[in-house]
Design a protein around this ligand. Structure first.
Ligand code: ADP
Ligand code: MG
Length: 140
C-alpha cells in the first residue's frame, strides 16, 4: 500500500515540558516519518480558523486560548495508513480513556491539554496540511 500523509501538532502543554523529542520518537516508532516540521506560536486567528469545526462546542474558546498559550510544533507525517496509524499512537482524546503505550496516556495532562493533535480523515489531513505548510516545505 502506498504511503499517505497526516497532520500533527505537538501542543503547548507538551512543548512547555520539553517533550517534543519524546513525542516525535513515539511517532517514529509507530512507523511514521516526519516530512515537515516547524515550531510556531499560533495566532488567535490561526487557532480559531484551524478549530472552526468546533466553533459551537462549549470548549472552543478555552481551546483557542490554550493553543495560543505557548509554542507548538506542527508536523506532516508520512507512512502507511498515516491518519489511522497516528490516531492509534495518539490515544483517546481524554487521557483517562487512552490505551497503555499511547502518547496521551503517557503524556497528556487533561482532556484539553492532551499533548497532540492528529487529523481524523485523509480529507481533513489535506486541509490541515495546507493550512500550515507550503508544498515546498514538505520534503518526503
Ligand atoms: P481529538 O483531538 O482527539 O480529535 P476533538 O477533535 O474532539 O478530539 O477535539 C479537539 C480538541 O479539543 C481536543 O484534542 C482537546 O484538546 C479539546 N477538547 C475536546 N473535548 C474537550 C472537552 N470536553 N473539554 C475540553 N477540551 C476538549
Ligand atoms: Mg479532532
Amino acid at each position: 500500500m502506498a504511503a499517505t500523509r497526516t497532520f500533527s501538532i505537538i501542543k503547548p502543554d507538551a512543548t512547555r515540558r520539553n517533550l517534543t523529542g519524546a513525542i516525535t520518537k513515539k511517532l517514529e516508532d509507530a512507523g511514521l516519518r516526519v516530512v515537515a516540521s516547524k515550531r510556531i506560536h499560533m495566532t488567535r486567528d490561526q487557532a480559531e480558523g484551524f478549530y472552526a469545526v468546533h466553533k459551537e462546542r462549549p470548549f472552543y474558546n478555552d481551546l483557542c486560548a490554550f493553543m495560543t498559550s505557548g509554542p507548538v510544533v506542527v508536523q506532516v507525517l508520512e507512512g502507511e495508513n498515516a491518519v489511522l496509524r497516528n490516531r492509534e499512537v495518539m490515544g483517546a482524546t481524554n487521557p483517562a480513556d487512552a490505551a497503555e503505550g499511547t502518547i496521551r496516556k503517557e503524556f497528556a495532562e487533561s482532556i484539553e491539554a492532551n499533548s497532540v493533535h492528529g487529523s481524523d480523515s485523509d480529507e481533513n489531513a489535506k486541509i490541515e496540511i495546507d493550512f500550515f505548510f507550503k508544498p515546498e516545505e514538505i520534503v518526503g
